[in-house]
Design a protein around this ligand. Structure first.
Ligand code: NOJ
Ligand code: NOJ
Length: 574
């Protein structure tokens, strides 16, 4: 219902105030991107000879770089696009492709590989050969976003089939695949992972965000088909994931993409996370980093502006206009150039935001999102603006132009045959790295759909509350400092380390709402919490396994927070 309302509304929005350059690009590039994407899917894709049925190659490029493999992440994002287009009625020709994908994933899941067997971690394997055998070379493994993204795509498909009363297929064919992936997510989300760029081994915002979505959707599907034995454990882990997700926010007003990596942390990782967990029903919810949330917009501005000085093709472009963006500003892979899929992700996040603002008939400017909105109207103030106000009209028109400007950049650097590679040159915009990148084509299709106001199905982001007490956005508040607690603690399977203590931000000593630490650097458990500055604070670590709670021995631990800046406390469990 909401979906229909938003969609019909946006068809109206589409009539005014959009760039005609982008209109023209969308109409020529849409069919070319669709054809480019389908060419890379076996068994009959014209550029994917050798790929078995339902197998998506990342790119036909087989040297420098060799992408003639199938990645679980790329394949899932491509099929999320295909499944959304089919289930929303935008392209009714895709059903057999989806059936083939399901068949291929049922096989791939069972293939033993260097990450393990299906029961010992093999689901975290990032890529396979295109004949569905294991890739055994060295690689950044495991990558734990793959099972989450695959189950998100398959659950979207399952939910659609349930509306067609095809419960038998959902229960017998899709559910076993989904359950494998989600048990893996529930059991392993707090273990370290390579990020989506396959470089940093730590915890990663994108991975955490898509894992959170996957378990929420999994619980809904489990209830819908009466597979309720998983509900309690998946719900608990979804709550832990949502809590952990908040910890990536930093006091400089953006999301640090990875807990490791030693970079600025400004990364398309975080923008992709918002668009791939977009749920219009959740409005501009900050807890789930919805596209139009103040945290996502503040983060977006920081991310985009990080690329203005690193690519010469961006020089001279005004701050209220779009630029070429890449994975992260420090990137040097294949020359470290802008990527189509990251530039388009910026546009998509903004189109999603416009859709929600228009549907809800208002937009909010908070102290956190003020710098973002000031780019478009330097006189704007914190407040809520109804769609009847001039401020709303001015801001949304300017943001529409800003979003379109990112697509215009992509259009400018797309060759006339419509081909989209992985990268385009930071000095002259020519195509670089892998040719015909399947994910680039998918990103064009989803950005174009978002521009037309298409809203993907809800996944349950609406009305969630945080159970862990870390407040998003509030992190930058006056008088707080970011304190990192590291504790060396050996645990057994099932046990996790939490912290609580003498102030609100440490849950006032309540072990039932204690804050979960990350084990990404096990045996060091870690968390960063915003605590009152210049304050004596007592705390203890707590070891929790189900309902069993073990406190550290007495006396309480104590720190005095600094007046400003950050603070790191290194402890050993006692
Ligand atoms: C190959 C990976 O696919 C890419 O993401 C990474 O940047 C390079 N290796 C360099 O580590
Ligand atoms: C490198 C990218 O960093 C990674 O995200 C992707 O999965 C592979 N290339 C294949 O496209």
């Amino acid at each position: 219902m909401l979906l229909t309302t938003l969609y019909s509304f946006l068809v109206v929005r589409n009539v005014w105030a959009q760039s005609s350059t982008v209109d023209a690009y969308v109409s020529t590039e849409s069919p070319l991107a669709k054809a480019g994407l389908l060419a890379n899917i076996g068994p009959s894709g014209s550029k994917s000879s050798g790929a078995l049925s339902g197998i998506v190659i990342a790119s036909p490029s087989n040297v420098n770089p060799d992408y003639l493999y199938t990645w679980t992440r790329d394949s899932a994002l491509v099929f999320q696009t295909i499944i959304d287009q089919f289930t929303l009625g935008l392209d009714t020709t895709l059903r057999s492709e989806i059936d083939n994908y399901v068949g291929a994933q049922a096989i791939i899941q069972q293939v033993s590989n260097p990450s393990g067997t299906i029961t010992t971690g093999g689901l975290g394997e990032p890529k396979f050969n295109i004949d569905e055998t294991a890739f055994t070379g060295a690689w950044g493994r495991p990558q734990r976003d793959g099972p989450a993204l695959r189950s998100n795509a398959l659950i979207t498909w399952a939910n659609y089939l349930l509306t067609e009363d095809n419960t038998t297929y959902v229960t017998n064919t899709l559910w076993p695949i989904i359950q494998n992936d989600l048990n893996y997510v529930a059991e392993n989300w707090n273990q370290s992972t390579y990020d989506l760029w396959e470089e940093v081994d730590s915890s990663s915002f994108f991975t955490t965000a898509v894992q959170h979505r996957s378990l929420r959707q999994g619980v809904q599907l489990a209830n819908a088909i009466s597979q309720t034995s998983v509900v309690s454990s998946w719900t608990t882990q979804a709550e832990n994931l949502l809590c952990f997700l908040q910890s990536f926010w930093n006091t400089a007003g953006y999301i640090t993409a990875n807990t490791g990596g030693g970079r600025s942390g400004k990364d398309a990782n975080t923008v992709l996370a918002s668009i791939h967990t977009f749920d219009a029903a959740a409005g501009c919810d900050a807890l789930t980093f919805q596209p139009c949330s103040d945290v996502a917009l503040s983060n977006l501005l920081t991310y985009v502006d990080a690329f203005r000085s690193v690519y010469s093709i961006n020089s001279g472009i005004a701050e209220n206009s779009g630029v070429a963006t890449g994975r992260y500003p420090e990137d040097s892979y294949q020359g470290g150039n802008p990527w189509y899929l990251t530039t388009l992700a910026v546009a998509e996040l903004l189109y999603d935001s416009l859709t929600v603002w228009n549907a809800q008939g208002s937009l909010n400017v908070t102290s956190l999102s003020l710098p973002f909105f000031q780019v478009f109207d330097s006189s704007v103030a914190v407040g809520s603006y109804a769609s009847s106000t001039t401020t709303f009209t001015t801001l949304t028109a300017a943001i529409q132009d800003y979003a379109d400007a990112f697509v215009e950049i992509v259009a400018k650097y797309t060759p006339s045959d419509g081909e989209l590679s992985e990268q385009y040159s930071k000095t002259d915009g020519s195509q670089l790295s892998a040719v015909d990148l399947t994910w680039s084509y998918a990103s064009a299709l989803t950005a174009f759909d978002a521009r037309a106001g298409v809203v993907p199905a809800s996944w349950g982001a609406q009305g969630l509350t945080s159970t862990c007490g870390i407040s998003t956005g509030g992190g930058g508040g006056a008088g707080t400092v970011a304190v990192t607690f590291n504790v060396d603690a050996i645990t057994v399977f099932g046990e996790n380390i939490y912290i609580c203590g003498s102030v609100d931000a440490l849950q006032n000593w309540d072990p039932n709402t204690a804050l979960l630490l990350s084990s990404a650097d096990y045996p060091i458990w870690s968390i960063t919490v915003n605590l009152p500055a210049s304050t004596d604070i007592q705390y203890k670590y707590v070891r929790i396994d189900g309902s069993s709670i073990t406190w550290e021995s007495d006396p309480n631990m104590e720190i005095t927070t600094p007046a400003s800046g950050t603070y790191i406390e290194n402890d050993t469990w006692r």
